[in-house]
Design a protein. Sequence first.
Length: 318
Amino acid sequence: MEFFRISRDVDFMKRAFIFNAISFITFLLAVFFLVSRGLNFSIEFTGGVVVEAQYQQAAELEKLRSALLRAGVGEPQVQNFGTSRDVMLRLAVKDASLPSISTDGKLDIAKLGSEVLSAGGDAPKVTRVEFIGPQVGKELANDGAIALGLVIFGIMVYLAVRFEWKFAVAAIIANLHDVIIILGFFAFFQWEFSLSVLAAVLAVLGYSVNESVVVFDRIREVFRKARNLTVPQVVNHAITSTISRTIITHGSTQLMVTSMLIFGGPTLHYFALALTIGILFGIYSSVLVASPIVIWLGVSREDLIKPIKKEDATVESV
C-alpha cells in the first residue's frame, strides 16, 4: 500500500557523513547527561511505600496529588486501578522524612489519612500498605539490564542469520543509538524512569529493528534486480522506495502514541513520551545511521547473493 511514489531516487547517502556526525554528537551528549545527572529512578527501583485506598465515590486524583505535593512528597505517583474509586499512591523512600512515614517504611495511616488522603474525596478506607525495600529495586534494575542485553543479543543473532554480519553490526549500532538517546532525554530533563519506561525502551528496540529489516530487505532485493547500480545507489533506491510505507506505518503508530500522551494521564505520560522519542529517532537511525554504516563496512552484492558454483552452473546449462 502506497500513498505516493517518488519517481526519482533521493540521494540520502550524499549527506550521510553530516547526518552521522549529528548523530554522534547527540549520542555523546546523551552519554554525558547519563553520567553527569543520571536517571531519576522511580519507586520500583529506589524503594518506597505503596498505599492503596478505596473511596466511596470517584476519587479526585489531581486534588490528591496536589495535597501530597503540599505535604512535601516530591513527584508522587497517584493513579486509579480497577475502578475510579480505587487509588494507588507510590511514595519514594526519599520522602520517608515525612511525619507520617518512618525510615523503616512504617506508615501512620491515621495521620496520612487526615492530612492527605481525604483531599481525594471522602475519608477513604486504606486497603493495603506495602514497603518496597531498596534491595528489591536493585534486583529489578539488574533484571531490566539483563533483559535489555538479551534483546540486543537476540536481535544481533537474528540479523546475522537473516542477512550478513555487516547488517547486524549496523542495526545494533543504530538501535543502541536510539536507546541511549531516549535515556539521555530522561537524564537531561530528570523525567521519572519507571518500569513502564523500561518497557517502552524494549518496545523501541523491536520497533526500530523492524524498520531496519524492511530497508535491508529492499537493499537485498535491489541488489538482485539492478546489477548496474553502485552500492550507494542501491541504498538510495531502497530507502526511497520504502518512504511511503514508512510514513503509513510510523504515522499510524504515532497517532496512537500521541493519544496516550495527551489523554493517558500521568500513568501513561512517560511511557508514551519514551515511545514518541524512540519512534522519531528510530526512523532517523534506520535510514540515516544504519544504512551508511552498512556502506562503510564494505557491503557488496556478493555478501547477499551467493555466487553459483561451477558444478551447479554446468548442471543448469545441461
